[in-house]
Structure formats: structure tokens, C-alpha cells
Design a binder for this molecule. Structure first.
Ligand code: C2E
Ligand code: CA
Ligand code: CA
Length: 329
């Protein structure tokens, strides 16, 4: 343990390479001969698993092999195999949550939210499998499928309704993004103006001219770009001027703390002001009470989304939901 810690420490020290100062880090996985395994092959395999554990716990550290790590690796393997088959076996579903005008209460858009109807585990939440899909690259074919599905579902709805599709940083950084959007629009006949793409701040953290060009290309198709979970990504605000952005989604964590002990109202006011000044629209996420909605509308927030209106529902509920919310408006 002492030796592994010392190796990590020593390797983390910056060193000089010609004119450059270089900093590297090392992660170490440890398996013990005679305890964890008996052959060199099995020891290497288990040490590799421990290495994965060390990296998952934050790079630049060490980790010993354990039964718990083994169980986790097995569960991850099973999830990965399951997810690979999920697309082929039609186990993926898209649910839709309405986004309404904060002033009139009428539905303007539906956010497409992925679900996995697992044969044994039931309906699995995207938070439990999207990170793995991103790590393995499966998010690319899955994301293409969601674009197709969401565009086809909304193409069947009245023309004033748009669809908002989540797009992970892996997709934003992929050269396939524009073609997969074009393909989904073409196949469904949905005009680009009826599609919004939600990306997180982390997609825009490093200045990347290819990403700017990609987003511009999407906008030339009429597609709108929203920043999801705004304010949670520790990023520098200047990206709002460098990248073509149409809409800011105010994260649920700020909306839920409005008027609370750690009152986030000044933050929400500032975000709405910032968006308005930059000629962008705003959507408040996670609106659960009528009081929150009133306050948000008074601040000038344009749209709202949350359990106050409806949780995400299957595609067949899109029309009944938008009619119900129109009648209630
Ligand atoms: P998100 O994009 O921030 O989506 C909003 C999440 O908040 C959804 O969770 C929604 O069900 C939940 N929510 C909506 N209104 C309320 C409310 O009033 N109160 C509370 N407590 N929660 C509310 P969901 O569907 O579990 O999705 C979780 C996350 O998974 C999404 O967060 C998004 O980051 C990711 N995700 C979902 N579908 C996709 C997808 O198709 N592609 C990608 N890349 N990510 C997706
Ligand atoms: Ca979203
Ligand atoms: Ca969000």
C-alpha cells in the first residue's frame, strides 16, 4: 500500500521535457498472488479489474482487487450486453414530457426522454444506463434511433408542437451528428424548425471550432439549440457568445430552491436576465408548484416544464396531454 501510494505520488510530480513542463499521473491496480489468483494470467486479469476500480475512484490512485469489484464488473458487463441487445430487441422507448408557455400554459414542445423496458428489471431510468452508453459509444446508435423516433412521433402531431431531444457530449463531438439529424428529419418529414436539441455545458467547455461549425450547420436546417441543466457545469459564460445558442434551460436544482432556506431566486432572476439580454429564451425545469410557476412567469421566464403539468408519458399520450393542458390553460 505504502509503495503503491509512493509510486503514484512520485509519478504525479511535474517534470521538464525540453522546454515543456509535463505532468502525468498513474493509476495502479493490485492483485495478490496466492490470495486473489494463482496463475499469472488470472492475476493480470484481476489486477486489470482493480485498475479499472482505481480509475473510477479518481485517477492517480491505487486499488486492490476485491470480490465487490468483481461483482460490479460483472454487473457492468451484463448491463453492457443487455444494452447492446436492447436496440435490436426493441426494448428502448421514448417518453415525452410537455414544455408549456409560462404565461398561457399551452404546450409548445415535448422533451423526448429515453426509457429501457428491461425484460427482467422493468422500466430502467436513463440515469442508470446513459453513462455506460456514453462510455461504450453505444450512445451514438441509440442517439440516432432517438432522433428518428422523436421526429417521427412529432411529425404526426399538430404543427405548432416541437420536440426537444437530449444529445450527449459524445454525440456533439461526433462528426456523425449532423447527418443523423438530417436523416431523421428527412425520414419523418418533420421541418427542422420543429426540432430542438438539448446539449449540456460540458459539451461546450473546450473551445472547438468543429463543434461550432456542427451547431451552425444544424441551425441552418432550422434546428434550435438549448443549453440543458444551465448553471450546474462550472463553465465560463463566454461560451454563450462563441456558440450558437437559442435557449437556456434553468436547472431543476435552482427552481426547487426558490424561496427556500438557501434561496436561489437571485440566481434564477440573473439567468432569465442573462438569456433575455442575449436574445435567448428560457425554460424552467422541474416546476412542481403553481407558486413556482407564478414567480417564474413574473420574472419573465418564457417556458416551464415539470410535474405540475405532467411527468414524462408514452408517445400515445402526446395529443391527449396537449389537449388537456390547452383546455386547462
Ligand atoms: P434532463 O434532460 O435534465 O431531463 C429532465 C429529467 O427531470 C427527466 O428525468 C424528467 O423525468 C425529470 N423531471 C421532469 N420534471 C420533473 C419535476 O417536476 N420534478 C422532478 N423531480 N423531476 C422532473 P429522466 O427522464 O429520468 O432523465 C434523466 C436524465 O437522463 C435527463 O435529464 C438526461 O440528462 C438523460 N436523458 C434522458 N433521455 C436521454 C436521451 O434520449 N439522450 C441522452 N443523451 N440523455 C438522456
Ligand atoms: Ca434535457
Ligand atoms: Ca435538464
Amino acid at each position: 500500500m505504502l509503495v503503491a501510494g509512493r509510486i503514484c505520488e512520485l509519478l504525479a510530480e511535474p517534470f521538464q521535457l525540453g522546454a515543456l513542463q509535463v505532468k502525468v499521473s498513474a493509476s495502479i491496480g493490485i492483485a495478490i498472488g496466492g490470495v486473489d489468483g494463482a496463475t499469472s494470467n488470472s492475476l493480470l486479469r484481476l489486477a486489470d479489474m482493480a485498475l479499472y476500480g482505481a480509475k473510477a475512484g479518481g485517477r492517480g490512485s491505487y486499488c486492490f482487487y476485491s470480490e465487490e469489484l468483481n461483482a460490479k464488473a460483472q454487473a457492468r458487463g451484463e448491463l453492457e450486453t443487455g444494452l447492446t441487445n436492447a436496440l435490436k430487441n426493441n426494448e428502448l422507448l421514448v417518453y415525452y414530457q410537455p414544455i408549456v408557455s409560462a404565461v398561457t400554459g399551452e404546450v409548445t414542445s415535448f422533451e423526448a426522454l429515453l426509457r429501457w423496458q428491461h425484460p427482467e428489471r422493468g422500466l430502467v431510468s436513463p440515469v442508470d444506463f446513459i453513462p455506460l452508453a456514453e462510455e461504450t459509444g453505444l450512445i451514438i446508435p441509440i442517439g440516432e434511433w432517438i432522433f428518428e423516433q422523436a421526429c417521427a412521433d412529432l411529425a404526426r402531431c399538430p404543427k405548432h408542437l416541437t420536440v426537444s431531444v437530449n444529445c450527449s457530449p459524445v454525440q456533439v463531438n461526433s462528426p456523425r451528428l449532423v447527418n443523423s439529424v438530417k436523416n431523421a428529419l428527412q425520414k419523418s418529414g418533420l421541418p427542422g424548425e420543429r426540432l430542438r436539441i438539448e446539449i449540456t455545458e460540458s459539451s461546450l467547455m473546450n473551445e472547438n471550432s468543429q463543434v461550432v461549425a456542427r451547431l451552425e450547420e444544424l441551425r441552418a436546417l432550422g434546428v434550435k439549440i438549448s443549453i440543458d441543466d444551465f448553471g450546474t457545469g462550472f463553465s465560463c459564460l463566454s461560451y454563450l457568445q462563441r456558440y450558437p445558442v437559442d435557449c437556456i434551460k434553468i436547472d431543476r436544482s435552482f427552481v426547487s430552491r426558490m424561496g427556500g432556506e438557501q434561496d436561489s431566486t437571485p440566481i434564477v432572476v440573473a439567468i432569465v436576465g442573462l438569456a433575455t439580454g442575449l436574445k435567448m429564451t428560457t425554460v424552467a425545469e422541474g416546476v412542481e408548484t403553481a407558486a413556482q410557476l407564478r414567480e417564474l412567469a413574473a420574472m419573465g421566464c418564457i417556458e416551464a416544464q415539470g410535474y405540475l403539468f405532467s411527468p414524462p408519458r408514452p408517445a400515445k399520450d402526446i395529443l391527449p396531454l396537449s389537449n388537456k393542458l390547452r383546455d386547462a390553460a
